[in-house]
Design a binder for this molecule. Structure first.
Ligand code: ADP
Length: 395
């Protein structure tokens, strides 16, 4: 069975064709600048790269060119689109309607459209991707895999904000959480590596990338996660503020004469480690300058402290923690960040083996054998998770 996985952003699109027999990637690629001058498709197969520069005014045109690459006589991966059994789509927001992935039909599409107000930048692009495939590959089954679904097990006391209840009822304002596909994938894998099931374990997953989120997974169920109504809440990130006193918002709006959209832009794009370091949103740049630039050091320590605070609070919520998993760009690659985060968690019974921790992007247990809590690095693979769900629901 071959599954096409599609992840549509507002002006970009990533794809992978996966052979489910051995879960290998047959080909993959990226389209950038959809609807903007200078559209570009980069297709990769067997380590070779092919670039198509052609106007792509919308996602349908982009996906048409993607399918052309996949079918190409020289650098394609299949001969006929009929070889693709189903298409899995990443959909960012499923609101309260979806606690699992789902085969797309008219009712599902309507529910995804209802969630547009909760993810105005993401859901419209995801919808365009599904509609384009419906036109280009009529009859093929589309599966929607939601970033929010895995977190739907959270209890009400942890997902409600302590603001007037009517706003939850009127506008569905609550904590949803994101990166669910990644938290799901790495927590499952962690249990597998330890020869257990998730139902046996209390796991804290740390998805630390450009966007970062944490999840507390108590015996298989997410009980809390750090991102909220939108992906702005939680630990500070590349360019996002994360948690802060909400009173700062009206204060700044008044002082600086800002609109709602201005402040949204500042907190999402001009804050986080970029703002504190004054150097970059990229952790590699900040790590490079930490010895010579005090603000870089502060940005990194602040980030580590915030992640550590979440680990501590999630351990309290679950009455302890058995496993801590690091994933995504920073979590998989930065040994020094992992070491700093875990260094002051000895009281929880965590002992890091610095030799084992000196690893990049490989499944590794980084705690010592006598550590009460197992700390591990597990590379995330959201595309594979989407493909597995698509296979499960369409086989
Ligand atoms: P996204 O949220 O965009 O998917 P990623 O998970 O790819 O982000 O993570 C991107 C982040 O990972 C960047 O800030 C980058 O600096 C960081 N990163 C990648 N490699 C390293 C490394 N070796 N050391 C520190 N940070 C790294």
């Amino acid at each position: 069975m071959k599954i096409l996985v599609i992840n549509c952003g507002s002006s970009s699109l990533k794809y992978q064709l996966i052979n489910m027999e051995d879960e290998s990637v047959l080909c993959k690629g990226l389209v950038e600048r959809i609807g903007i001058e200078g559209s570009k498709l980069t297709h990769k197969i067997n380590g070779e790269k092919y670039v198509v520069e052609e106007e792509m005014k919308d996602h349908k045109k982009a996906l048409k060119l993607v399918l052309d690459q996949i079918l190409d006589k020289d650098h394609g991966a299949i001969k006929d689109l009929k070889e693709i059994s189903a298409v899995g789509h990443r959909v960012v927001h499923g609101g309260e309607s979806f606690n699992d992935s789902v085969v797309v039909d008219k009712k599902v599409m309507a529910a995804i459209k209802e969630c547009i107000s909760l993810a105005p930048l993401h859901n419209p692009a995801n919808i365009m991707g599904i509609e384009a495939i419906e036109e280009l590959m009529p009859g093929v089954k589309n599966v929607a895999v939601f970033d929010t679904a895995f977190h739907q097990t959270m209890p009400k006391e942890n997902y409600l904000y302590a603001i007037p209840y009517e706003y939850y009822e009127k506008y569905s304002i609550r904590r949803y959480g994101f990166h669910g596909t990644s938290h799901n994938f790495v927590s499952k894998r962690a249990a597998e590596i330890l020869g257990k099931t998730r139902e046996d374990l209390r796991i804290v997953t740390c998805h630390l990338g450009n966007g970062s989120s944490m999840a507390a997974i108590d015996h298989g169920k997410v009980v809390d996660t750090s991102m909220g109504l939108t992906p702005l809440e939680g630990v500070c990130m590349g360019t996002r503020s994360g948690d802060m006193d909400p009173a700062i918002i009206p204060f700044l709006m008044e002082k600086e004469n800002l609109t709602a959209s201005d402040i949204n832009n500042i907190l999402n794009k001009k804050s986080g480690v970029l703002a504190i370091s004054g150097v970059s949103s990229d952790f590699r740049d900040i790590e490079e300058q930490q010895d010579s630039n005090e603000r870089c050091k502060i940005a990194l320590t602040q980030f580590a402290n915030r992640v550590r605070k979440y680990i501590g609070s999630y351990a309290t919520l679950m009455n302890g923690v058995d496993v801590i998993v690091f994933t995504a760009g920073v979590g998989e690659n930065s040994a020094s960040m992992r070491s700093e985060i875990l260094s002051k968690l000895e009281f929880l019974g965590i002992k890091v083996d610095e030799d084992k921790n000196n690893v990049r992007g490989e499944e590794t247990i980084i705690s010592t054998e006598d550590s009460k809590v197992v700390a591990m690095v597990i590379p995330t693979n959201e595309e594979l998770m989407i493909a597995r769900d698509t296979e499960r629901l369409t086989k």
